[in-house]
Design a binder for this molecule. Structure first.
Ligand code: ZN
Ligand code: FE
Length: 256
């Protein structure tokens, strides 16, 4: 994918968690969801750069376990949802929906996306969307705390963002998500093509991310719950997007 907009670097931890790094100032970077510190330190020290900020999307351990070590080592400022401050590492900036932060030279905007957890937030800077466990390529997060209505509303907010934006999700789940999507829609050309591409990348140990939001809107079944096709696949013809979403999420939970 051609690089335009902010440079974003993946650090893979815990098998399939992405810590996303982007520059904030010369010699300084921000890290999104450092679920582990060691791999992030290895990258930063390898390039002789420091960490200015840590952005947290939600409280699950696989997204926060590296925060304290990184904060101490680099004196990084920690940013997370005000609603979840009680169960996040201590925050320097507790944020709410619509907050705009200036991280060095980067402007970052906060969107609340309850569903996976009630306090989940996503961040975007320029054309980069850091979606945590709300939106994955060809999938979405499980409903651990929120309702289907909440998650569907959160996904609709993300669908309304510009199509040329790049999605940087919290996990490398693309291939398994594509298998589920193809199980639902075996003849979907866009899905078949992306499966080939993603499969090649995974076997080369390359990230399948980022992907463009416009592509996700075409092929991610969870972003198409308002379509007649998806309603029919799920025997929910004529029902609301939220009802179709609830059925789809249930089907995914019980698949394999
Ligand atoms: Zn999670
Ligand atoms: Fe996670």
């Amino acid at each position: 994918m051609s690089q335009q907009g902010v440079v974003v670097i993946p650090v893979l931890v815990h098998q399939d968690n992405y810590v996303w790094l982007f520059p904030t100032l010369p010699g300084k970077m921000a890290a999104v969801d450092p679920g582990e510190a060691e791999a992030v330190i290895a990258f930063l020290d390898g390039y002789g750069v420091s960490l200015s900020h840590i952005l947290i999307t939600h409280h699950h351990n696989d997204h926060i376990d590296g925060v304290e070590l990184l904060r101490q080592r680099y004196q990084a400022k920690v940013i997370g949802a005000a609603a979840d401050a009680h169960r996040l590492p201590p925050l320097d900036h507790a944020v709410v929906d619509g907050d705009k932060l200036r991280l060095g030279d980067q402007d970052v905007t906060v969107l609340e996306t309850p569903g996976h957890t009630l306090g989940h937030v996503v961040y975007h800077t320029e054309d980069a969307l850091f979606s945590g466990d709300t939106l994955f390529s060809c999938g979405c997060g499980r409903l651990f705390e929120g309702s289907a209505d909440q998650m569907w509303a959160s996904l609709q907010r993300l669908m309304a963002l510009p199509g040329n934006w790049r999605l940087f999700a919290g996990h490398e789940y693309t291939l398994i998500n594509l298998k589920f999507a193809l199980h639902l829609e075996p003849d979907h050309q866009g899905l078949k093509q992306f499966y080939q591409h993603a499969n090649t990348l995974v076997h080369q140990r390359q990230p399948t991310l980022p992907v463009r939001l416009e592509q996700e809107k075409q092929i991610n079944p969870f972003l198409r719950c308002h379509t007649t096709n998806m309603a029919q696949y799920l025997d929910r013809a004529g029902q609301s997007g939220a009802a179709v979403f609830a059925a789809l999420r249930q089907l995914r939970n019980n698949w394999r």
